[in-house]
Design a protein around this ligand. Sequence first.
Ligand code: FAD
Ligand code: TPP
Length: 574
Amino acid sequence: MAKNIAQLMVDTLVQAGVERVYGLPGDSLNGFTDSIRKQKKLQWIHVRHEETAAFAAGAEAHLTRRLAVCAGSCGPGNMHLVNGLYDCHRSRVPVLAIAAQIPSNEIGSGYFQETDPAQLFAKCSHYCELVSHPEQMPRVLEIAMQTAIAKRGVAVIIIPGDVSLLEAGEQEPRVKFREQQTTVCPSDEEIALLAKVLNDSEKVTILGGAGCAGAHAELIELAGKLNAPIVHALRGKEFIEYHNPFDVGMTGLLGFTSGYHAMMNCDALLMLGTDFPYQQFFPRHATIVQVDLRGEQLGRRTKLDYGFVGDVKSTLRALLPKLKQNAEDKHLKQSVEHYRKARKGLDELATEGREQKGSHPQFVARAISELASDDAVFTCDVGTPTIWAARYLTMNGKRRLLGSFNHGSMANALPQAIGAQQTYPGRQIISMSGDGGIAMLLGDLLSLHQLKLPVKIIVFRNDDLAFVELEMKAAGFVDFGTDLKNPDFAKLAEAAGVLGLTAETPQDVRPMIAKALKHDGPALVEVLVHRQELSMPPTISLAQMKGFTLFTLKAVLSGRGDEVVDLAKINLFR
Ligand SMILES: Cc1cc2nc3c(=O)[nH]c(=O)nc-3n(C[C@H](O)[C@H](O)[C@H](O)COP(=O)(O)OP(=O)(O)OC[C@H]3O[C@@H](n4cnc5c(N)ncnc54)[C@H](O)[C@@H]3O)c2cc1C
Ligand SMILES: Cc1ncc(C[n+]2csc(CCOP(=O)(O)OP(=O)(O)O)c2C)c(N)n1
């Protein structure tokens, strides 16, 4: 019997190596889900909210670097995908979304559940096309897949339910997908210029980001030749921080003062594979050099003296033989020493404490890091869990860290953990969730039981939207609308078929986390944490803060009044 379009779609995905589709069924998607039911190679991962499907697919794509797929039914099912797809697109991970559409003969009539998916997905995709004729397939699907893979981002296929049931013209996929291993290197003349700029600078600082993935050895060799401290942007943490004697921490709002100063005090800043977004943290007077795979990224965040298009690994391989050993190491030594002090200061905040109830969240994050396995995958919610993950999780080259770092959406951690666990059933997956974050997509707690996913969730329970409360206070607003009246999350977990534990006191924290990690199945530990952990610096008055929110916020977040004032003085009052 001839295949229909839905069957051909399944075959095309399988042929490209796709193993699963995350989604929620619905009338318009029934043809597609039925085709999945009838075969064994492509799995249907049934979640409770389409946003979860998109986040989960994004996590899979991030971890594997391969195409991942999610699907939603027409109208509301599509709309629920949108926020998760924005996250995937902005993180530049290859995700295909199958957006079912109302019957083709009703389009434009204001029919039940009608929306305009092309508009809906326009800004969160590289490619978004309606399939209205069987002969478009499988070509349009293959173009979508190639676009998601090649441009790294989201592609969307909009397909009315009736079209998916039509007989396909072509019966087989047309394109064999291969994993891309293209390298991009600046020209010889450009490499010579890059080498000259760096050889001529005494105090170089490197700012590395996610584009340094796979180039660790080259990066370390480079820093050794230049005697350059390495600062990282958050998405680069998992690829840069480990086994790195040149590491001086992160910069930015949640960063280390050492990262900030290493950038501010250099003669030349070398940006490698980073789109670090905060303009205020770039030096004004240094020579700025940027290497990025995408030309359109050059100079996006700061003034730029030299921009080069290349992948970090190939560029550094070509560059290294042309570099002289820098004889001057004062800048490096000072920066590393500063980092040691900043690190020590932050570690001192990660203590058990003597409180009867409630723990320092820093202590909880450090316990998670110490107890987790060597190849654990961590996800962290937007909110204070991002701060604790950035500062207290130790990476080692095998561990991974995911968040909604570019899009900044709440509630990402649990859905991303679902995708991570589906991708790596044998690995420990730990979701560092906020109490606001977990509540936002709470329905998918049920998926852990249903899908038999042994995800471990640590809920940082502060009964507050703490990150926002902090932002309000730092900006001089009276905090408002941030209180949370929470349920007993452990009981809630138990009711959902998930082991539920509570760590009320600091002494409970390590045993409860250890118990959850050992448990053969999903587990949730609700940890009571202090709400106002990041206190306001004592010596800055409200009047001084006015107009300087960003730096004040940075000051507040650094968690230590003394360092804050130091930073504030330098930046605000000079
Ligand atoms: C609450 C919150 C607070 C945050 N605070 C901070 C903070 O204080 N500090 C901080 O750093 N971040 C912070 N972030 C994250 C921040 O928003 C950005 O996501 C992050 O800084 C970007 O990191 P990146 O530059 O490594 O990654 P990306 O933004 O993904 O940039 C990667 C760049 O590398 C390029 N690239 C990719 N592959 C290659 C390759 N092979 N070779 C060359 N180039 C390549 C890409 O084109 C892109 O330009 C925060 C996020 C949240 C949610
Ligand atoms: C979908 C969405 N809504 C609102 C925000 C604004 N926001 C950023 S962090 C945050 C609070 C997060 O609260 P919670 O998960 O409890 O973590 P906490 O900061 O309290 O540790 C809010 C409301 C956002 N980033 N995303």
